[in-house]
Design a protein around this ligand. Structure first.
Ligand code: SF4
Length: 371
């Protein structure tokens, strides 16, 4: 079969401690995991579980749920029990919900020290409860809610300020012998965020949760996250990621998975190698690429499909792929594993490609290629 991680990942991973978020290992060389967060009221158990099911189907591995009220805290036990993927409770302001989340059996708890008054005084009890239940804690520092002391010291949320906040809180947990921590230092500016994570990575061994916070709507948020995560993962920094988009959370998961695939940190699935088209194109490449993408949506085996507008680079790229088409003279030459298997009229290109893709996929599944 095909190895789970392709031969050439972007970089060797930074050595980090491993924690276990339910059944999902984070750090210690474990594959980079993809997270998202529900947008439902957590107290609405049905709606939240429904969204978690959708996230699970989209490939999300860890889900975070907000917990701003007692009703939300009361819902955690059922959600944690019924969710298919580990649930992290996201707690701001109220330490009592941290204890509730741990008691409820959440796989981990995220705390934001900047948003919990006198957080430092509570650390001992939180460490004790987390330790008793084997619950890891994420220290989630956020530029928008940085500790007031550090805001005064640095004037604004600089990388140094974010890192100092995170390491200070980590040190308080360490004082109580608790080290099942992961850390995030999110900022909405990818440049500040990247620098913060670089500094943090150099100063501790905790696994790191990457995120550009408030990254924006889909297009901008995707670009910002991809650039920032790419810069960090290219240095081996990052153990789990969350793409924040002003869009349904399943979109975040799709983007996160694509980022990991692009960096060879995860086996690529369907990959459409389509040309940008140019004045030589003899077919509507955009339309063809969209139709092929839609037709092969959900393909679970790694499959590279080339869609080329003309014969200049067409046959070359098409040959490199598992499957491909090079168009010319109102026809499409269909290539499978480097061989022209047939030439079809333009109107039949899409259906022929899909047909051939299904055959290859069936063969791959038979040969035991990991889906
Ligand atoms: Fe242009 Fe042909 Fe290259 Fe597509 S494959 S960009 S149509 S030269």
């Amino acid at each position: 079969g095909v190895p789970e991680v392709p031969a050439r990942p972007i970089a060797a991973r930074r050595v980090s401690r491993r924690i276990d978020v339910g059944p999902v290992p984070v750090g210690g060389g474990a594959p980079v995991s993809v997270q998202s967060m529900t947008t439902t009221r957590t107290s609405d158990i049905g709606a939240t579980l429904q969204q978690i099911a959708e996230l699970t189907a989209s490939g999300c591995q860890i889900v975070r749920v907000a917990c701003p009220t007692q009703d939300d805290a009361d819902a955690l036990a059922t959600i944690a029990r019924k969710s298919q993927i580990p649930v992290i409770a996201d707690i701001h302001f109220q330490p009592k919900y941290v204890f509730a989340a741990i008691e409820a059996g959440c796989a981990a708890v995220r705390v934001n020290p900047g948003n919990i008054k006198q957080f430092d005084d509570k650390v001992r009890d939180i460490a004790q409860a987390a330790n008793d239940h084997g619950t890891p804690i994420r220290i989630g520092v956020n530029a928008g809610s940085l500790d007031r002391r550090l805001l005064q010291k640095y004037g604004k949320a600089t990388p140094e300020a974010l890192v100092e906040s995170a390491l200070w809180e980590a040190s308080l947990f360490e004082e109580h012998g608790f080290r099942d921590l992961k850390i995030s230092v999110k900022h909405n500016d990818p440049v500040v965020m990247v620098e913060a994570y670089r500094q943090l990575a150099a100063q501790c061994e905790y696994p790191l949760h990457l995120g550009v916070t408030e990254a924006g709507p889909v297009f901008q948020g995707t670009v910002k996250s991809a650039v920032a995560f790419g810069a960090l993962l290219a240095q081996g920094i990052g153990d789990t990621i969350r793409v924040s988009l002003s869009a349904p959370p399943a979109e975040e998961v799709k983007v996160g998975i694509q980022i990991l695939q692009a960096l060879n940190l995860r086996q690529r699935r369907l990959e459409i190698v389509s040309c940008p088209s140019c004045g030589r194109a003899q077919v509507d490449v955009y339309k063809l690429a969209d139709e092929v993408t839609a037709g092969l949506d959900g393909m679970e085996v790694p499959l590279r499909v080339a869609v080329m507008g003309c014969v200049v680079n067409g046959p070359g790229e098409a040959r490199e792929a598992d499957l491909g088409v090079a168009s010319g003279n109102g026809k499409g030459q269909i290539f499978v594993k480097g061989e022209v298997v047939k030439t079809v009229p333009e109107s039949k290109i899409v259906e022929t490609l899909i047909e051939e893709a299904m055959k290859i996929a069936a063969q791959m599944e038979k040969d035991g290629v990991e889906a």
